[in-house]
Every structure is written in structure tokens, then in C-alpha cells.
Design a protein around this ligand. Structure first.
Ligand SMILES: [Zn+2]
Length: 164
């Protein structure tokens, strides 16, 4: 179960809408274990990587996200200095549902700096996926849904979100 402050949840929704039709991303920080998470927006560098090296990065930012590594490090350092920790991350899906894709699972290994197929070294990390639909799907831009996923010992499974 992820607990997140309402103001932070709303800021993620606003970010996801503003960055459409690109996936948005950011980190979740817990000030203390099991506490309420706050959201820290990050730059999705996937588009830039794709444009520089499309062979290595075949996906653009419509279908993938990559958190700026420097931002991730700065946020993690600030969280640890304050006695907290990075508790997970969030990203949006463009014109499709909020599900945990095979690519999302692969990204958790990048996030944890691990080899694909390992158990996560942070089994408590949680991942929120937002579904954003908009102009390109012929609708008004809106957040259609969201789901949170966590490691259950074998795989990433849906868990609850409590907005406080
Ligand atoms: Zn995804």
C-alpha cells in the first residue's frame, strides 16, 4: 500500500497532462519508513536518447521513460540526508491503460542498477502508472486512471494507493 499526500498526487496528474503526448516520470520519497510519500518530478530523457541514438533507444518518449540519472542521484541524496529514502517512482502511459508492462519491469532493473531477471534489491519500491488520454486519441486531455505496483516476492503485482 502506497500512501501519498493529495497535493503531491495532484501535482503528478498535472505533470502527466502537461507532458502529454510524452510519458512523464518522477520519484517518490518517503521521509520515514512506511510514511507518506512525496512526489519529485524528473525529466524524461528518453526522447533525447532516442534522437541521439535510435538504434540503442528504439522507443521515443511516447512509449518509454528514462529518469535523468543526475536528478535521481540528487533527489536520493537529499532524501537520505533528511533521514528518508526514495520509495519508488511514477510514470505515465500515453493513450493506453495503466498497466505494468514488460518494459516497465525492465525499467525497474535500470532504476535499481541491476541485471535483468534479478529479484529487486529494493523489494519495497513502489511504481505508480498513470493513464493519460488526449488529443492524439481524439479526446480531451485527461487522466483516465492510475495503478500502483509492488514486488510480491515473485513478480510486480497491483497494490493499493491511499491518498491522504
Ligand atoms: Zn510504463
Amino acid at each position: 500500500m502506497l500512501r501519498i499526500a493529495r497535493g503531491d498526487f495532484e501535482r503528478i496528474c498535472a505533470q502527466a497532462l502537461a507532458e502529454y503526448p510524452h510519458e512523464c516520470c518522477g520519484l517518490l520519497v518517503e521521509e520515514k519508513q512506511g510514511g507518506v510519500s512525496t512526489a519529485h518530478a524528473c525529466t524524461n530523457v528518453q526522447q533525447q536518447r532516442h534522437e541521439e541514438d535510435p538504434k540503442r533507444y528504439p522507443r521515443d518518449a511516447r512509449t518509454a521513460y528514462l529518469i535523468n540519472a543526475g536528478e535521481q542521484l540528487r533527489i536520493a541524496e537529499a532524501a537520505e540526508k533528511a533521514g528518508g529514502r526514495v520509495s519508488g517512482c511514477y510514470h505515465s502511459h500515453i493513450d493506453c491503460a495503466a498497466y505494468f508492462s514488460a518494459e516497465d519491469e525492465r525499467r525497474t532493473w535500470i532504476f535499481n542498477s541491476q541485471e535483468a531477471g534479478d529479484d529487486p534489491d529494493d523489494p519495497d519500491a513502489m511504481y505508480i502508472v498513470f493513464s493519460v488520454c488526449g488529443e492524439e486519441a481524439g479526446s480531451q486531455r485527461n487522466v483516465q486512471g492510475y495503478k500502483c505496483f509492488a514486488w510480491d516476492g515473485n513478480r510486480y503485482a497491483e497494490t493499493g494507493i491511499e491518498i491522504v
